[in-house]
Design a protein around this ligand. Structure first.
Ligand SMILES: Cc1cc2nc3c(=O)[nH]c(=O)nc-3n(C[C@H](O)[C@H](O)[C@H](O)COP(=O)(O)O)c2cc1C
Length: 421
């Protein structure tokens, strides 16, 4: 394969430091990285460190006499296979959306005929500002790929929300996908045909993940301890395997996986609506810990504590069963339905019961007793229950469980395809 080349434009954001690692990781994947630093970007990382890591000249100035003897900005923008802007500042997004070309970065972006990916990173208020959102919508309409920022703590003390630059492995994965090259895990596994590398290509996989929040009043809710780590890892693994993935996520504190369409919901009723709205799908993986009950009548205003008054009584009503509803026989039922069962005792016995009562094809059961540390933790020990019996999988990371499950899904679909040929 010919060596892939990217131009990386580093804007003047606090997350610019992550790009030093990004350059290293991309080089390890055999990608040539030529960097354009904005003037503000130079305040955060130096041309010296960028040049040393990329082993390429670093470009900072539109009116560079040497480079411009050969109209350098045009060549720079055309020689690459892909242009990546990371971190894309609010300012750069505005310039791009408005078609400005008043420095090297914006001129390269205007002059290019190659695909462009932008990874915005900024303070959550800047990100949510109507002007930024308008600019992002414009860029998407212009065919530019926008990697949504991750959610979490900001560099500024006491600030949190959406606006973090996604972590470097995620950026590398998105860039590799755009360049049409496999990730490190795929590269290492020596599989080369597209159907082996992307065994879920052409499939639509629906995944639910995280907890649901059931409101008591506008400020209080009932929830559970699900972190969404397992469901998000499955969605990410399915996307890496080439599937189109719709992830319906309850409220979680982890980033949206890349390459996945995410629908954010809060309650069980919203999760059911979003999941039904995502059909048809070839596979449904129901990892979310959907609340069994909601408050029968949530208050419209905050319930006030009153001196001498009794504590309010909460009346519960049963929630819709997302897994059971979608697994019911009918034309919209995905061909393969996988439910998750989080239990604290009699794990596999309950899971076998759930397999039948929910009309699922497989149940992935796990023991979420507090001493296992699985709920919210990074590792999982699961049992795969199907009509064929129970398979006990060894303890592994949630990412590895996701990879193994996706491999099983691909093998299952393949076997069914072969059988029907
Ligand atoms: C300490 C500091 C941190 C900043 N971090 C960000 C940031 O994360 N995201 C952003 O959009 N702007 C950030 N800014 C503002 C930009 O640097 C400023 O808008 C600049 O004009 C961007 O220039 P550029 O888009 O050409 O790189 C920061 C400014 C300072 C002083």
């Amino acid at each position: 394969m010919t060596q892939k080349r990217i131009v990386l434009i580093i804007g003047g954001g606090i997350a610019a430091y992550k790009c030093l690692d990004l350059i290293r990781r991309l080089k390890e994947c055999g990608v040539t990285v030529r960097v354009v630093l904005t003037r503000a970007g130079e305040q955060f990382v130096t041309p010296l460190s960028v040049g040393a890591l990329s082993n390429e000249p670093v470009f900072t100035n539109l009116f560079d006499l040497d480079a411009e003897r050969e109209i350098g900005h045009i060549r720079l923008s055309r020689d690459a296979d892909l242009i990546v802007v990371a971190p894309a500042t609010a300012d750069l997004l505005a310039k791009m959306a408005g078609g400005h070309a008043d420095d090297l970065a914006s001129t390269v972006l205007m002059a290019t005929d190659k695909p462009v990916i932008v990874a915005p990173a900024m303070n959550p208020r800047m990100w949510l500002h109507p002007a930024t959102q308008r600019n992002v919508a414009q860029l998407k309409a212009d065919g530019i790929t926008v990697i949504d920022p991750a959610v979490g703590e900001m560099a500024e003390r006491g600030e949190a929300g959406s606006g973090r630059l996604p972590e470097v492995p995620e950026l590398v994965a998105r860039i590799e996908t755009a360049l049409g090259i496999g990730g490190p895990a795929l590269a290492a596994s020596n599989v080369n045909s597209p159907s082996e590398r992307l065994p879920l290509a052409g499939r639509h996989v629906l995944v639910t993940s995280g907890p649901t929040h059931e409101p008591i009043d506008p400020v209080r809710y009932i929830a559970n301890r699900s972190s969404g780590k397992q469901g998000h890892a499955i969605a990410a693994a399915a996307a890496r395997a080439g599937a189109r993935v719709t992830l319906v996520s309850g409220p979680v504190n982890i980033a949206d996986p890349s390459g996945v369409e995410v629908v954010h919901v809060e309650t069980a009723a919203q999760m059911l609506k979003a999941a039904c709205g995502a059909l048809p799908a070839d596979v449904g993986v129901f990892t979310a810990a959907v609340a069994d009950w909601r408050i029968a009548t949530a208050a419209n205003q905050k319930i006030k504590k009153q001196a001498g008054a009794k504590a309010p009584k909460l009346m519960l009503a049963e929630n819709p069963d997302v897994l059971k509803t979608i697994a019911a026989d009918g034309p919209q039922r995905p061909g393969l339905i996988i439910g998750f069962a989080a239990e604290t005792d009699n794990v596999t016995a309950y899971a076998a019961g759930k397999l039948k009562s929910k009309n699922a094809d497989w149940i992935v059961a796990n023991d979420v007793s507090p001493e296992t540390g699985i709920m919210g933790g990074d590792r999982n020990r699961v049992h795969l229950v199907s009509v064929k019996g129970v398979e006990d999988w060894p303890e592994m990371s949630k990412e590895d469980v996701a990879e193994a499950l996706v491999a099983r899904i691909a093998a299952h679909l393949r076997a069914h395809e072969d059988a029907s040929e």
